[in-house]
Every structure is written in structure tokens, then in C-alpha cells.
Design a protein around this ligand. Structure first.
Ligand code: AKG
Length: 269
């Protein structure tokens, strides 16, 4: 979706855009706001991101299949920029779906390098009550922020829209996904992909000659707890956040001296 100049300038969605975004997430599992972050911010994020990624690659084997690295990002500049962690355009959508007391519990990324392959098709989170057939309303949302343009060749994420976020648990996703409609999400750097964490998706091969970096954040209802380690946030950094951002990160490890989220996580079930 392309936002109007007024929506960009005021960081406020019209009632009509908000309604469309909500309907798209409820029905299709996702929506995209194109080219929202400024080019300067995207450049700054990508530059720091690549430093961290290169250091990571030098020390660790890929942990998401061949030539694909996941890592947690430090809750520090530039990654804690308000346009990244508490973007008003995103929050206006998320508040309607998760409630205004929602939390953010993941700040990380996933980077396919040249030579990466298809991931298995998957959801990022299970259905809440797998023993019943009826899916619950949304309770966890992923925000993806591409730091380069997502193109077919550089491994843009492939998604299965149209209801896979509502499919029951226990289904053979890998086989069923072969006969269902899917598409790659192609979008400019600095766009915002807001998706129900249950929607089926996978990383695709990067056949370009550059990495394809993006930042992912996970927002959830206030009571939701995952196995992810808490985000380590230095006290002075937390104190400098807006009241809204403080509320979003209130369940994380505030006052932490080190940043546990820079450590690699190799298990993810
Ligand atoms: O960033 C991508 O292309 C997909 C990453 C992904 O789905 C994952 O690692 O779970």
C-alpha cells in the first residue's frame, strides 16, 4: 500500500487506510506500507547491521540453513530509533489488533546471503489452542523492515496469503503449501511489512551477489511469552525512551549490563 504524503508527514493513517490495513491482515494475513523510513535512516541501519552481520559470520556458522544467518540486534542506536521500535503508523494498526497494552519481545533479523536456499515453509508461531479447530484472533504480529529492496533475485520472502494464518495446527504445511497460492513480497527498502506471525512463509534463494538484510520485530498481546531470551536494555537507554516505547518493552531485561540478545540462538522451536 502506498501512503499519502499527508500520512507520511503526520505519521498518521486516515480512517480508510487503517481499515484497509486491518482487513488485509485479518483476511490475508499481512499488509505492506511502502517506503516509510527515510533513506538516511535506512542507510544508517544497514551500515551498522552489516558490521554486526560480518562480525557474526566471521565467528559463527549459519544457523538458518546454508548461507542464512539469524541474529538478535542490540537495543542501541540506530536500532532503537522510534521509527523502528515504536513507529506510530505500525502502532495504530497493532493497537487495534493486539490492544494498546501490547508488548514487543523480539528485535532481530534474518539474512540470506548469496548461495542461500529455500527454507521449509513455516509459521513463526503456533495456534494458541491446537486441540480445537477454531483459530483464535491474532495475538502475535511480526514487523519486517527491509534494509535493501526486496527483489526476486535477492531472496525476497515468499508468503502464503489468503488464510494460512487461520489454518489448524498439525497440518502438513510443507506438502500443502506446494499446491496453494504463494507470492514473493517485493518491496522497496524502508517499507513496513506487518504480518500475522502465523501466516505461512519461507525465505527463498538469494541468487544476487549481495546479502539481503532486514530487521524483524515481534509484537504480542501483553500476556504472551515466548522462548526468546529477553531483550537486554541498558537503564539509561530505557529511561530515554518515550512513554509508549517504555510500555512496549516493559517485560524485557531492563537495566541489563550486557546485551544478551547479541548472542546467537541456534535452537528455534
Ligand atoms: O526473511 C526471510 O526471508 C524469511 C525468514 C524466516 O521466515 C525465518 O527465518 O523464519
Amino acid at each position: 500500500m502506498k501512503l499519502s504524503a499527508h500520512e507520511h508527514d503526520t505519521k498518521t493513517l486516515t480512517a480508510e487506510t487503517l481499515d484497509t490495513a486491518l482487513q488485509q491482515i485479518k483476511m490475508n494475513g499481512y499488509t505492506v506500507f511502502e517506503s516509510v523510513l527515510s533513506q538516511d535512516l535506512v542507510d544508517e541501519l544497514r551500515s551498522r547491521y552489516m558490521e554486526l552481520l560480518n562480525a557474526n559470520i566471521a565467528e559463527n556458522a549459519p544457523n538458518r540453513g546454508a548461507k542464512r544467518w539469524q541474529m538478535h540486534l542490540p537495543f542501541q542506536a540506530p536500532f532503537n530509533h522510534p521509527d523502528v521500535v515504536s513507529n506510530p503508523l505500525v502502532l495504530s494498526v497493532i493497537d487495534q489488533l493486539l490492544g494498546e497494552n501490547c508488548i514487543c519481545h523480539y528485535l532481530g533479523n534474518n539474512t540470506p546471503l548469496p548461495g542461500s536456499d529455500y527454507q521449509p515453509t513455516h509459521s513463526d508461531i503456533h495456534q494458541l489452542f491446537p486441540e480445537i479447530d477454531a483459530p483464535s484472533p491474532v495475538y502475535c504480529i511480526v514487523l519486517d523492515i527491509p534494509l535493501v529492496e526486496f527483489r526476486k533475485e535477492n531472496g525476497a520472502m515468499e508468503i502464503w496469503p489468503g488464510g494460512t494464518h487461520l489454518m489448524p495446527s498439525g497440518i502438513d504445511i510443507e506438502n500443502l503449501s506446494k499446491i496453494m497460492h504463494s507470492e514473493q513480497i517485493l518491496m522497496p527498502a524502508g517499507s513496513l511489512l506487518i504480518r500475522d506471525a502465523r501466516m505461512w512463509h519461507r525465505g527463498t534463494p538469494n541468487i544476487s551477489d549481495e546479502p539481503r538484510p532486514n530487521i524483524a520485530l515481534m509484537y504480542a498481546r501483553s500476556w504472551f511469552k515466548t522462548m526468546y531470551p529477553q531483550i537486554g536494555i541498558r537503564q539509561d537507554i530505557y529511561d530515554a525512551l518515550s512513554e509508549r516505547a517504555k510500555q512496549l518493552f516493559r517485560h524485557e531485561e531492563i537495566g541489563s549490563g550486557e546485551d544478551p540478545r547479541t548472542k546467537m540462538v541456534t535452537r528455534w522451536t
